[in-house]
Design a protein around this ligand. Structure first.
Ligand code: NG1
Ligand code: ZN
Length: 536
């Protein structure tokens, strides 16, 4: 049919490289950008199918490789409410992308339509955007060509942060409904955050300077833009935006950004860190956030995703209590096995909140967080957010306060639920949340750091012949395969006090990771090395 010829003609402009196998992983498809043209075209086809399957609801496509090298890029699909693509469809994406030629591609496209009962005459809509990588422009054309070839309505949002594209996807699908999430524009995003930030502060001042390292990625220009929407006396005076050069693509994520700070456990060397100054870093697509400062006496100190999580949970739990809602709303915290054990203890024992552990990857945390009325989730690397149920938000906005203190708490909760991006982790939104909480508590970063003391820990990457032989259970905390290996790990762990260690195959790299924590740095290092040796 002519529809198939349209796909074939477009596909010929965007061939895949033969002899490679691609997999839709934790972050979609991600690799050297030279390999991505055909992959991205096919992801465009699948996004159109998904929109048609969901009766024309808008699907998002984001082109980014986050904290990875400038020569890499990636592409992933965003579901209608701004969530990550449903897991069954990851398999379809993988199969579609790996079709060996155009005949196989067209055949599998129709097979999907048939087995999933997709009417190809249904209108569909896809919105897409990219980060600042130079390869993003041609990859966006691949998406556009796929959508044009299959008659899908398309909106190109050009350059955005990943969380902005998630926001716009949700806004597009909820516009004019009781679930409306905000104005369907980049400006609407800034206005919503700015308004919520001012309401959440409730007149409290932001004190001291805040240096924001944007990894020379898309967060830089977007943060500058956002600051224009803030009233002049709020934050904009305090913020200094650094590493915001997106005109030299080769310096993206280079010796800066949230991933650098978290993995190297030090501040970006440039600009020269000033002791005592409150600082934070975004990653290359502005969905991760890490805070830190250089203490004049003890040196570098980092406040990672676990800290942001416990800070947000403690603040929100206090407000829920002050609003008289503690019987009504269940608050919970979701972590992965990489969360520092001291943070888990602090949340369980001090904050008295339930903690759930899920496998690595935001989609797992997100789903677990959805089961609470207020679900706080963060990966240790600084990617996370807080999810409020529709009922919780309704309660904040409609409950009759019995005292001025209750009113204050309810209004703050309503503002905070607007401030926090409900679709996905968002560095800008999370940073504003942290600033609000610190302003309310009148805390410096060192006050925040005093809440608990991290257990010394060590993360090592282990090259193995075949990472797929390492199968896990219990939210990745134990190995079920190869047989017997977990017992050996247990023996190692037993030799240390307060120790914990686990090994798993990475979902994003061709390697295994070993994590260990123990009472002292030396012991954590030793334990990690011993467990690593068991794998290789
Ligand atoms: P893998 O490679 O599966 O460990 C890494 C991070 C995750 C997550 C994903 C996607 C660690 C230990 N793992 O996953 O937290 O962010 O990348 O970016 O940091
Ligand atoms: Zn990212």
């Amino acid at each position: 049919a002519s529809a198939d010829e349209a796909i074939r003609a477009a596909s010929q402009k965007h061939p895949t490289k033969p002899g490679r196998v691609f997999k839709y992983g934790t972050a979609g498809f991600r690799m050297n950008s030279d390999l991505l043209d055909g992959v991205t075209f096919r992801v465009g086809l699948l996004a159109g199918l998904r929109s048609r399957k969901l009766n024309g609801q808008t699907i998002g496509v984001m082109i980014t490789a986050s904290h990875n090298k400038p020569v890499d890029n990636g592409v992933k699909i965003v579901d209608p409410m701004g969530e990550m693509l449903e897991q069954d469809w990851e398999v379809y994406a993988t199969r579609l992308v790996n079709c060996p030629d155009d005949d196989a591609l067209i055949e599998y496209y129709h097979e999907l339509a048939t087995t999933l009962k997709i009417n190809l005459a249904t209108p569909g809509k896809v919105i897409y955007a990219r980060d600042t990588r130079p390869s993003g422009h041609t990859l966006a054309i691949a998406v556009a060509d796929a959508l044009a070839a299959t008659g899908i309505e398309a909106v190109d949002y050009k350059i955005l942060t990943t969380p902005q594209l998630h926001y716009l996807t949700r806004c597009t699908n909820t516009e004019g409904t009781p679930l409306a999430y905000g104005k369907v524009s980049e400006v609407g995003y800034y206005e919503k955050l700015s308004d919520a930030f001012v309401r959440a502060l409730r007149g409290r001042p932001i004190t001291g300077k805040l240096v924001v390292d944007c990894a020379n990625g898309v967060g830089g220009p977007k943060l500058h833009e956002f600051l224009k929407y803030l009233p002049k006396d709020k934050l904009s005076f305090n913020v200094r935006v650094v590493n915001d050069d997106v005109l030299r693509p080769e310096i993206l994520n280079l010796d800066c950004g949230a991933d650098f700070v978290k993995t190297k456990q030090r501040a970006p060397p440039s600009p020269q860190p000033q002791p005592g100054v409150r600082s934070c870093s975004f990653d290359g697509d502005a969905d991760r956030l890490i805070y830190y400062w250089i203490d004049p006496h003890s040196g570098f100190f980092m406040l990672d995703g676990d800290r942001i999580s416990s800070l947000a949970a403690s603040f929100i739990a206090d407000l829920v209590r002050a609003a008289g809602l503690e019987e009504e709303l269940c608050i919970g915290v979701v972590q992965t096995a990489y969360a520092n054990g001291a943070s888990t203890n602090y949340i369980k024992q001090h904050l008295r909140l339930p903690v759930v552990c899920t496998p690595t990857g935001v989609k797992h945390l997100h789903h677990a967080a959805n089961r609470f009325d207020v679900g706080v989730y963060f990966e240790a690397n600084g990617h996370g957010t807080v999810l409020f149920s529709a009922d919780a938000i309704q309660t904040f906005k409609t409950k009759e306060p019995r005292s001025p203190a209750q009113k204050e708490a309810l209004d703050t909760l309503a503002a905070v639920s607007d401030l926090i991006n409900q679709t996905v982790g968002d560095a800008l939104s999370d940073m504003l949340l942290v600033e609000v909480v610190l302003a309310h508590k009148v805390w410096s970063l060192s006050d925040w750091a005093l809440t608990y003391k991290d257990l010394p820990n060590r993360l090592v990457r282990v090259e193995v012949a075949d990472k797929d032989v390492f199968q896990t259970t219990d939210a990745e905390r134990r190995l079920s395969q190869p047989a017997g290996i977990q017992e050996e790990i247990d023996q190692c762990v037993k030799k240390y006090t307060n120790a914990r260690s686990f090994a798993r195959a990475s979902g994003t790299e061709n390697a295994c990771r070993v994590y260990a924590e123990a009472a002292t740095r030396v012991e954590a290092d030793e334990l990690a090395m011993q467990v690593a040796r068991l794998l290789s």
